[in-house]
Design a protein around this ligand. Structure first.
Ligand code: NAD
Ligand code: G6P
Ligand code: MN
Ligand code: MN
Length: 432
């Protein structure tokens, strides 16, 4: 049987993960699940860990579920390590979102200045985990979910020199679900081809005969404009722009293509004390109240108020695909290797990939038109600089990353914002 370790086990998403494993009980022969957290998360770990144990027991399974604060003990001989931790907890996210907004600049947990600071806090920890994995479970795979997922994956590949890593996000899955619904079909009836970066990818869609139907979905999208994830308001894209692009954007593209409206919306939330981080704090409180009920033995409906709904379909399916050498297609963050020829081979991209026992094999997405290529290259350079700053603590690299990021204005305002955020987060930034 296999040993699974989940770092950040106290997350309110853990029941979603456990449900995903239970659904796949015949595909993944689990022996042990270790939920790891830190002192500050101890209470959450106990509450959600007890629910995890009840879920496993209720499903009639004999898996052992361990709760621990000892990461190294957990990592020993692991087969799969999943990461879903949040360095600095939700209070750090509140700062990531509110400080930029106090300057009239978009703050978001994966995009803009907030996402960059989340990378600064998370990358040192993930690289520590990698060093421990090399020692304690060198053959294990790291399935990363911690955001910004694409940048964390690239940090592991490039600076951790560790190849057995897959970065995940639930957004591609939800796009596939919603767009199939629009056509009255199931996702398995269609062929989706994704290319780009985490929270910055485009996709094309084909029917089973190989005819492209991207335009048909665009027609329906502009007619119905459905919400994709809970945390992003579905302000309609500018139709002429998307038609010219010729590909479907992801919901996070709104921060770029609709920067003004998204910023306006974020500032309104900021003024009401209702940034997403603050809303999530309330949702989390409600969830943990429910989790405490010892009669609860399944993932509660309220968890769907979180943006990460369906993430276990990515995480558990990735584990099953690698374990069973399934050769199925999934959208993951992995090394480019030519899938997007407009980017270097060794950077992380989020692309449709064939999932094998040797990891994801990215499928060629091809060269992009100028509209997509220019933005993609800019965003990748921003990510590279952010990762460099996260690893080295180089202030100049951080300022370059801020400058290049289209969501952060350049000049002295960028420097002021950077300085304020460095102070606000200093407890979690040993490298600076
Ligand atoms: P959360 O605030 O509940 O944090 C999860 C746990 O991490 C907490 O219990 C906390 O104590 C723990 N933690 C903090 N620092 C740690 C450390 N150094 N080692 C181990 N554990 C630590 O977070 P959440 O809202 O459940 O989200 C978890 C993570 O997953 C975040 O990074 C979030 O951005 C990410 N996420 C990713 C996606 C995606 O699409 N990839 C979707 C949703 C959430
Ligand atoms: C989406 C994204 C995640 C992000 C989440 C936020 O699902 O894919 O990467 O972390 O939403 O959700 P939340 O409920 O925390 O705002
Ligand atoms: Mn995501
Ligand atoms: Mn900028």
């Amino acid at each position: 049987g296999i040993k699974i370790v989940t770092i950040g086990g106290g997350s309110s998403y853990t029941p979603e993960l456990i449900e995903g494993f239970i659904k796949r009980k015949d595909e993944i022969p689990i022996r042990e699940i270790w939920l790891v957290d830190i002192e500050e998360g101890k209470e959450k770990l106990e509450v959600v860990g007890d629910l995890a144990k009840r879920m496993v027991k209720d499903a009639g399974l004999d898996w052992k579920v361990y709760l621990t604060l000892d990461r190294q003990e957990a990592l020993k001989d692991a087969d799969f390590v999943t990461t879903q931790f949040r360095v600095g907890m939700l209070d750090a996210r509140i700062k990531d979102e509110r400080i930029p907004l106090s300057y009239g600049i978009l703050g978001q947990e994966t995009n803009g200045a907030g996402g960059m600071f989340k990378a600064f806090r998370t990358i040192p920890v993930v690289l520590e985990i990698i060093e421990e994995m090399k020692e304690l479970c060198p053959d294990a795979w790291l399935i990363n979910f911690a955001n910004p997922s694409g940048m964390i994956t690239e940090a592991v590949l490039r600076y951790g020199s560790f190849d057995k890593v897959v970065g995940l996000c639930n957004v591609p899955i939800i796009h596939m679900m919603r767009e199939s619904e629009l056509l009255g079909k199931r996702p398995e009836d269609l062929i989706f081809l994704f290319g780009g970066l985490n929270h910055f990818h485009w996709h094309k869609v084909y029917d089973k005969k190989g005819n492209e139907i991207t335009e048909d979905i665009m027609d329906l999208m502009f007619k119905e404009n459905k919400q994709v994830v809970e945390n992003i308001r579905n302000i309609p894209f500018l139709e002429e722009q998307i038609r010219h692009l010729g590909m479907l954007p992801c919901t996070y593209h709104r921060f770029y293509y609709l920067q003004d409206d998204m910023l306006k919306n974020a500032i309104e939330s900021y003024q009401k004390g209702e940034t997403r981080a603050e809303v999530v704090k309330d949702v989390e409180r409600e969830l943990f109240e429910l989790y405490k009920d010892s009669d609860l033995k399944e993932k509660p409906e309220q968890l769907s108020k979180r943006g990460g709904a369906h993430y276990s379909d990515a995480a558990c399916e990735t584990i099953s695909s690698i374990y069973n050498d399934k050769q199925n297609i999934m959208v993951v963050s992995t090394r480019n290797n030519g899938a997007l020829p407009d980017l270097p081979d060794d950077v992380a991209v989020e692309v449709s990939s064939v999932m094998t026992a040797a990891g994801p094999k990215p499928i060629a997405f091809g060269k992009l038109n100028a509209a997509a290529r220019g933005y993609l290259q800019l965003m990748k350079a921003m990510e590279e600089l952010t990762i460099e700053a996260a690893v080295t603590g180089d202030y100049g690299a951080a300022l370059q990353a801020f400058t290049i990021n289209p969501l952060v204005p350049a000049g002295n305002i960028a420097k002021k914002l950077l300085d304020e955020m460095l102070i606000a987060h200093k407890d979690y930034l040993p490298q600076f």
